[in-house]
Design a protein around this ligand. Structure first.
Ligand SMILES: Nc1ncnc2c1ncn2[C@@H]1O[C@H](COP(=O)(O)OP(=O)(O)OP(=O)(O)O)[C@@H](O)[C@H]1O
Length: 334
């Protein structure tokens, strides 16, 4: 998938050739620094790219029982779904949690109104049933006295409680996919840990596929089953979490890991990655990490590496990867 923004100054190529699967029960953590294309990736999936932005190429195939017939799985291509039809997908099949809970909550309506409306709209149940469901959901996300809270307006709740309400709304229709874009970043540290813990528990309970964005690899270590490392609009590496942490092959992934504070090693200071992030306006067709890469070779200045599978479920875009591991090749004794 490619998502571009046509600006007066040229084309911003925000997401280029990004490709991944997300299955039920999986948590894909998307990491990368500011501007690497994390949010635009998930907004493209959720149908939230507005003009001058557009999905320039590719497919977003979404499988759900609702579209299946005669026991055969059917999908719809969300990249081609007209905007007005997205309202039956977002909220019901795709739940969203953003960094600022007020992006999702309307300050003019009570928590109860907002939750009940979502449930009635997507599930076609009565208001009474929707209210009961809303109370159960608020209980599940750890809001005390949930029945009374239904009458509160968003401003009457703390930031952490507001985010819990957003999580409850996102889960209210039992979506197949849950998208969380830095859901705990705006909260203070103790609340951040609680929200992360809550998301982990609920994802297991609801068995949604979760797309979790953060710029913090330490957060992703807590929650993700696989990790996509993005840089300058491209996937640099995509692999199961333990592989990213134990056998990172991309120079950028290695640099990111060096930025994480470690308790087992005495570190004078954390190593920031030297150099500037890339500019996404009319970028050259070369690896965007090239100007900051310590492992660049001649080929990197001539062509763009493609995303290649290097081992099972491990994908890499690099001509000169870091190889940390000694591989043992077994002789086939016939
Ligand atoms: N509405 C827009 N119009 C023009 N360019 C945009 C728009 N939204 C995003 N971009 C550009 O797309 C690129 C990717 O942005 P994106 O928000 O996906 O980055 P990100 O990795 O999520 O960063 P952050 O961690 O800061 O949220 C950036 O260069 C950004 O400037």
């Amino acid at each position: 998938m490619c998502t571009y923004f046509d600006m007066a100054e040229g084309t911003v190529k925000a997401v280029q050739d990004v490709s991944f699967d997300l299955w039920q029960d999986e948590v894909l953590g998307i990491v990368g620094e500011t501007g690497s294309g994390k949010s635009v990736t998930v907004k493209s999936i959720a149908g939230l790219i507005d003009k001058p932005g557009y999905i320039a190429k590719g497919e977003i195939l979404f499988y759900t029982d609702e579209f299946s017939s005669n026991g055969q799985p059917e999908y719809i291509d969300l990249a081609k779904l007209p905007k007005e039809q997205y309202s039956r997908i977002r909220g019901k099949h795709i739940g969203m949690i953003f960094q600022d809970p007020m992006t999702s909550l309307d300050p003019m309506y009570t928590i109860g109104d907002q939750m009940i409306e979502t449930i009635v709209h997507h599930e076609g149940v009565s208001e009474e049933e929707a209210e009961e469901r809303a109370i159960r959901l608020l209980e599940q996300v750890g809001i005390p006295k949930p029945k009374e809270r239904l009458n509160d307006y968003p401003f009457q709740l703390s930031g952490g409680q507001r985010q819990r309400v957003v999580i409850a709304i996102a889960l209210s229709c039992n979506p197949e996919v849950l998208i969380a874009d830095e859901p705990s970043t705006a909260l203070d540290v103790t609340v951040q840990a609680q929200i992360l813990e809550l998301m982990k528990d609920l994802q297991k309970q609801y068995r949604s596929g979760l797309l979790f964005i953060t710029h913090d690899l330490a957060v992703i270590a807590e929650i993700a089953t696989k990790i996509q490392v993005m840089y300058g609009s491209y996937q640099m590496e995509l692999a199961p979490s333990e592989v990213v942490f134990d056998n990172p092959m991309h120079p950028y992934t290695n640099a990111l890991l060096e930025c994480i504070p470690r308790l087992d090693v005495k570190q004078e200071e954390l190593a920031p990655i030297p150099g500037q992030p890339p500019i996404m306006l009319n970028p050259p067709p070369l690896c965007p990490f090239l100007p900051r890469c310590k492992r660049a070779v001649d080929r990197c200045y001539k062509e763009m590496p493609s995303l290649e599978q290097v081992e099972d479920n491990h994908f890499l875009r690099c001509f000169n990867p870091v190889v940390n591991r000694v591989s043992v090749v077994k002789e086939d004794v016939g």
